[in-house]
Write a protein that binds this ligand. Sequence first.
Ligand code: AMP
Ligand code: ZN
Length: 492
Amino acid sequence: MPVSQNNTLKIYNSLSGKKEVFTPITPGYVGMYVCGPTVYSQVHLGNCRTFMSFDMIFRYLKHLGFKVRYVRNITDAGHLENDAEEGEDKIAKKARLEQIEPMEVVQKYTVDFHNILTQFNLLPPSIEPTATGHIIEQIQIIDEIIAKGFAYHINGSVYFDVQKFNETHDYGKLSGRKLEDMLANTRSLTAQDEKKSPQDFALWKKAEPQHIMRWPSQWGDGFPGWHLECTAMSTKYLGKTFDIHGGGMDLKFPHHECEIAQAEATNEVSPVKYWMHANMLTLNGKKMSKSTDNNILPGEIFTGENNIFSKPFTASVVRFFMMQAHYTSILDLSNEALLASEKGHSRLMDALKQLDSVVVGTHTDFDLKSWEDKCYTAMNDDFNTPILIAHLFEGVKEINLLKEGTHQISQADKVHFSAMLKAFVFDILGLKEGEEMATNSHTPALIEMLIKLRKEARDNKDFTTSDAIRDQLLALGIQLKDGAEGTTFSLS
Ligand code: AMP
Ligand code: ZN
């Protein structure tokens, strides 16, 4: 393990409200569950931030040498409009509007989700289960909760009895809410409500005749409640109690509170050791959201086709921008912020390339060991990527001193320094090398400009300059081809 032993990983646990030393249930292994997307529309950049935060966490845990089983689900049924207890299923509604099968909606937006996450260089999870693939498991859990007396069946639907549960357990312990306050602050039930209490939530909903996503059960045709799928899939693949459960801050209540209630009602043990919540990405100071127009799609940033930004930005620059904030802080997206990140990103990438060509000396001036320790201390302090990035820029400063010849570095230290920088930049932060070239929309125009300058040099018989332009472009992966029609180029 590359980390010094006195430097242990601490995680902010939303359940205790404290940073705690991370001790996995089984030494060497980590079980991590993160709530995945509801695949009824394209993922916006806010969703991507949450998944990117947990990707960085997954990457760092793996870097520390843990064997991580990372489960991230796909919600393809049961999530009703406005995250409510009544109303249309989000996927079924989209299918109705587009006049296609619900599973066509699911397929289309699952593929879109994967494509976007690949562009942002996210690693695939170990298991990516779907809600519709686990209906039987969900029905089994409902049976057990009814048998334990914490749920009731009425008119083909089953509801979780929150008040009954709260007599022996603590409903609200994650979100810090008290059931009495919740009851005092919610509207009272109307005559047509089937629930005993407004806080009760659906485990199984009876499917009305027009509801297309339906499954047979002992309570009649219906579909599972949204909170249930995560309990079924997390405990199936990670056990009754597992290490980490993550998701966006907006899922803490009611979704995660209900997950705890369901799991405790079924298994009599608390399901999760460390609850982690990633904070929201805002645009113009307001939460980015699918249901309002306040959002931007990643594709609109990569192509520059939007009214918010002055130019296109690459996926790696956007990822770097996200990593410059701590995952528990709110982050606001703006043109200025992305422009600044782009500058920082290219300074970092340039420095990495330049380190390779630094001439080695007889000794090392830089305190490499203390720099490395500071980088790990930052990451071990609840994955503090902004502090890590500040230390990486100290590394950039050192590379500049080496280039100028003000400082020296030995061969062995140069190899180690380069390996550590690359581990932090590529393996842990997940930035992508050389990506700027291929996707920046200004690149072709810039290459054409250099082709013109090279032609002018050749016309003037300045072959040193013309050859230098050709060779340096080649080193960047851009190959020039001289033909009868002039010079063309290809990107490798
Ligand atoms: P959904 O597909 O709506 O269930 O959301 C998928 C994930 O994205 C959840 O973990 C949400 O908490 C998260 N999320 C939604 N909006 C934002 C946002 N503006 N910033 C960060 N994460 C978000
Ligand atoms: Zn969930």
